[in-house]
Write a protein that binds this ligand. Structure first.
Ligand SMILES: Cc1cc2nc3c(=O)[nH]c(=O)nc-3n(C[C@H](O)[C@H](O)[C@H](O)COP(=O)(O)O)c2cc1C
Length: 189
């Protein structure tokens, strides 16, 4: 079926359940950054997962969100620590995206880290680190949604690692002549 906008329309209305693989491709059209979200378990183990579900919610108060699969072995630790750090990966940290997306006994082996609030691990060389206290969590479908209040943050003017259409990317500005590549003043950083 085609929409007036020319896109092939897929609806649960006529065909029953939506195709999860195709839906994932549709979600993937929305470009994001890539983060590693870290915490510490009750026994003191350092834990981290690659996540691109991170997003910002509110500036005042400063609230961010991300979601973790309800199958993740790290879920209990995020819940019990009550805090997380969002490590926003730089372009040269692709290896960390791969490393933290695979189960391993110690994903931090050999990595340069510092300790943040509550002793949580902060990865070195990221474009931003955002330290949060969990203010709400909720099971939503097959994920758990975490809302965190920002307690401390740091950021660098450096190229971030991006993800879109199932591919890692580097950001480039719009070509000259493609219109103003700048945000309106009210949105600009
Ligand atoms: C680029 C990228 C983004 C990801 N985003 C998420 C996410 O937002 N939430 C999630 O639960 N898993 C996400 N994953 C998958 C987890 O990183 C992966 O399942 C990892 O093994 C989870 O760590 P754990 O097994 O220690 O829980 C992502 C993977 C990649 C490569």
């Amino acid at each position: 079926m085609s929409t007036p906008g020319g896109l092939g329309l897929k609806s649960s209305e006529h065909s029953g359940a939506l195709d999860p693989l195709d839906l994932r491709r549709a979600f993937g059209r929305f470009g994001t950054g890539v983060t590693v979200i870290t915490t510490r378990s009750p026994t003191g183990a350092r834990l981290g997962v690659t996540a691109n579900s991170f997003n910002t919610v509110s500036l005042q108060p400063p609230i961010v969100l991300w979601s973790l699969s309800d199958k993740s072995p790290s879920l209990a630790a995020f819940r019990s620590s009550g805090r997380f750090v969002v490590n926003v990966l730089a372009l040269d940290q692709l290896e960390l995206s791969h490393r933290f997306a695979r189960p391993a006994a110690d994903k931090f082996a050999g990595l340069a880290c510092t300790e943040g609030l509550g002793g949580l691990p902060i990865l070195k060389g990221c474009v931003a680190t955002i330290e949060c206290t969990i203010v709400n969590s909720q099971e939503v479908g097959d994920h758990v949604l975490f809302l965190g209040q920002v307690e401390r943050y740091a950021h660098e003017q450096a190229a971030p690692l991006l993800l879109c259409n199932g591919q890692y990317l580097q950001g480039v500005g719009l070509a000259p002549g493609a219109g103003s590549g700048s945000l309106p003043a009210a949105c600009a950083s």
